[in-house]
Design a protein around this ligand. Structure first.
Ligand SMILES: C[S@@+](CC[C@H](N)C(=O)[O-])C[C@H]1O[C@@H](n2cnc3c(N)ncnc32)[C@H](O)[C@@H]1O
Length: 297
């Protein structure tokens, strides 16, 4: 059973990873794994912004040649702590409505918009992606960044996106994908995959091809898709391997455990379990990271 609220409200052990990462990156604004080309420093806020820019640029290209080019309103589904929405305002001049299911994130996102002088052009509401609290055909632009993984029914989410999009409107999303034949290859692999899902509070993942089918069935025409695993998950996996290696000497682990508790409040044992489960699945190549751009037909 996945516990999204716990993970994002600091009330389950999986949240300790965000406290740990907050030493290098702004985890009170951004909750995605980012995007970095070789030579670019990854464990930093700039990597979150690169991912957001990548998605936004493709979305705005579709928007520019679509029927609603003069309407700059974006719906951010599962907007998290609001960093992506605020960035969409500051860099691309969009008006943004964010919707998220976790009260802590919705509150944090509203504060971020105010602190960055982006309110009221950037606003946030509580809401469930499975039943968006919005009228049919109400937005020309929709995105969802690294959130659908948590949704219990991705085809139903895509149907909701198609419902709230204006005809000819543009949509982009980023999500984790399962490489089905690897994750289900053996009993051992199935267990590793199950542990990965549990650790990230994810009920299940789609494959690239099941997403293509679901987009088509929802009436969303896929314009472009890209697997960018080597620009984010592979880097994450390399960092996981380093973390596990550095955790081997007990004296070092125990000293760091005391330091981390004092510095961030996180329990290093929880971080260790999270990293271990992630590394086991990532090193087998079970998980990919996909970007998608589509238009409502
Ligand atoms: C990994 S975070 C990404 C947040 C943000 N898009 C970003 O890039 O920083 C995933 C978000 O999905 C939200 N979420 C999970 N299930 C949801 C649902 N059914 N409806 C709306 N939001 C949901 C969580 O509360 C969390 O804020």
């Amino acid at each position: 059973m996945s516990d999204v609220h716990g993970q994002y409200s600091y009330t389950n052990p999986h949240a300790d990873l965000y406290l740990y990462l907050s030493q290098w990156s702004d985890m009170e604004s951004y909750l995605n794994v980012g995007y970095s080309r070789p030579g670019q420093y990854h464990l930093h806020t700039s990597s979150h912004l690169r991912l957001i820019n990548r998605l936004a640029e493709g979305l705005l290209q579709l928007h520019a040649v679509g029927p609603h080019a003069d309407d700059n309103r974006l719906l951010d589904v599962a907007s998290g702590r609001g960093g992506a929405a605020v960035h969409a305002r500051q860099r691309f001049g969009l008006q943004v409505t964010g919707v998220d299911i976790t009260p802590y994130n919705a509150r944090r996102a509203a504060s971020n918009a105010r602190e960055n002088a982006a309110w009221p052009a950037v606003r946030f509401n509580m809401g469930n992606s499975m039943r968006l609290p919005l009228a049919d055909g109400s937005y020309p632009l929709v995105w969802s960044i690294e959130s659908p993984a948590h949704f219990p029914n991705k085809p139903a989410f895509l149907a909701e996106v198609a419902r709230v999009l204006k005809s000819g409107g543009a949509f982009t999303f980023a999500d984790l994908l399962v490489v089905d034949n690897v994750a289900t290859a053996s009993l051992e692999n199935r267990q590793i995959y199950a542990d990965f899902l549990r650790t990230w509070d994810v009920p299940y993942l789609e494959t690239l091809s099941s997403y293509k089918t679901a987009l088509y069935n929802a009436g969303l025409e896929l314009k472009h898709t890209e697997i960018v695993t080597r620009y984010n998950l592979d880097i994450l996996n390399r960092d996981c391997a380093l973390f596990l290696w550095l955790s081997k000497p007990r004296w070092l682990y125990n000293s760091y455990k005391r330091y981390l508790r004092w510095r961030t409040g996180a329990n290093l044992d929880n971080v260790y379990q999270h990293v271990l489960a992630s590394h086991r699945a990532l090193k087998l190549g079970m998980i990919d990271y996909g970007l998608f751009w589509a238009v409502k037909v």
